[in-house]
Ligand binder design. Structure first.
Ligand SMILES: NC(=O)c1ccc[n+]([C@@H]2O[C@H](COP(=O)([O-])OP(=O)(O)OC[C@H]3O[C@@H](n4cnc5c(N)ncnc54)[C@H](O)[C@@H]3O)[C@@H](O)[C@H]2O)c1
Length: 315
């Protein structure tokens, strides 16, 4: 059991992470701008702090006497504030919070990044060399949010160069996070429901049909914290489901939304997602346990799709 600070603990992902990590026995402290009355936080100590203030961040983090720090606090939606505000806020949050963690001697520090660092959706076009996308795909952020997440990754890499292995760092890029209540019909981060996202591929295309169950993210973070002393320092991981949030193979869907991707997307047959979670599987032994079909009670399609795509099966 560890004592873990979660910044942004009152947020969409934060609440699930607080609940998931508390459920497996960790002692959680949630930091956010204000105390929240969310049910997931009812039994959790909360600290109201503006983490853009470096002195306040340093004091609050030191007072919490934690063994691990998970930094989620951010302006989390691209273009939800002026570009300069997003960049300044998220950069300051990462620098102050991670810096406060190091000053307090916290040995394990993890920051949330985002798949958007890769730069898909850029108005001038974007085409990867190959699918699935993974940690070797070059980041090409095209807006302040994506740039701020790239900076968050670079912030931990910078600090790792200062501290060496005395502090163990990692960054993770959660795919589009879906919380339990959202499977049940509550609006997702972009305002529409999961079923609407599935019915209209144009809604899921901006995230390249990626998603991950929030409880799987909590499982990932728990596994990552355990593994941190034994893996190389300041690694980055994609955290995504094993399948795509789509009813059709991405080999067919992707070229409709990413012009010119016919050839590179042709490997995304069956239910294959655009983002690989192979590094987290290989290095951490983590795997997601939930799929949208399972959560929505729809029959598994993987076998059917695989058979459709196999050339050797007689019609
Ligand atoms: N939800 C997703 O699908 C998703 C996907 C990729 C990455 N992420 C990343 O995960 C993290 C959490 O995302 P989320 O969806 O829960 O966002 P969210 O907006 O629901 O939560 C962010 C929280 O940070 C807090 N915060 C903002 N500024 C603060 C400050 N100055 N001091 C203290 N707290 C502050 C907010 O009050 C909020 O509760 C973010 O870093 C986001 O970039 C989320």
């Amino acid at each position: 059991m560890s004592r873990i600070i979660i910044t942004g603990g009152a947020g969409r992902l934060g609440r699930s992470l607080v609940a998931g990590l508390a459920a497996v026995g960790h002692d959680i402290v949630s930091f956010d701008r204000a105390v929240s009355d969310a049910p997931e936080l009812a039994e959790i100590p909360q600290v109201a702090v503006d983490l853009t203030d470096p002195d306040a961040a340093t004091r609050a983090v030191a007072d919490a006497r934690a063994d691990a720090l998970i930094h989620l606090a951010a302006i989390a939606v691209p273009f939800s504030a002026p570009e300069d505000v997003i960049l300044r806020t998220n950069a300051a949050l990462a620098l102050n919070t991670v810096g406060a963690g190091i000053a307090a001697g916290i040995p394990k520090i993890v920051t949330a990044s985002s798949p958007t660092v890769l730069g898909y959706g850029a108005p001038t076009g974007w085409l990867p060399d190959r699918f699935p996308l993974d940690e070797d795909t070059p980041p090409k952020p095209w807006n302040a949010y994506a740039l701020s997440k790239h900076l968050a990754e670079q912030t931990i890499a910078m600090f790792a160069r200062q501290t060496g292995d005395a502090t163990r760092f990692a960054a993770f890029r959660p795919c589009y996070v879906i919380a339990p209540e959202e499977w049940a019909g509550a609006p997702t981060q972009q305002g529409h429901t999961v079923l609407e996202r599935l019915a209209d591929p144009a809604l899921s295309a901006p995230a390249l049909f990626n998603y991950v169950d929030a409880r799987d993210v909590a499982g990932f973070v728990d596994t990552l914290l355990e593994a941190l002393p034994d893996i190389p320092n300041a690694e980055t991981f994609f955290v995504g489901a094993d399948d795509a949030l789509a009813r059709e193979p991405l080999a067919d869907l992707m070229p409709r939304f990413v012009p010119g991707s016919d050839h590179v997307a042709s490997v995304l047959t069956g239910t294959a997602p655009a983002f690989s979670n192979a590094k987290a599987r290989r290095m951490l032994g983590w795997r997601p346990t939930r799929t949208w079909r399972g959560e929505l009670g729809e029959p598994a399609m993987a076998d059917a799709l695989d058979i459709t795509n196999r050339k050797d099966v007689p019609a």
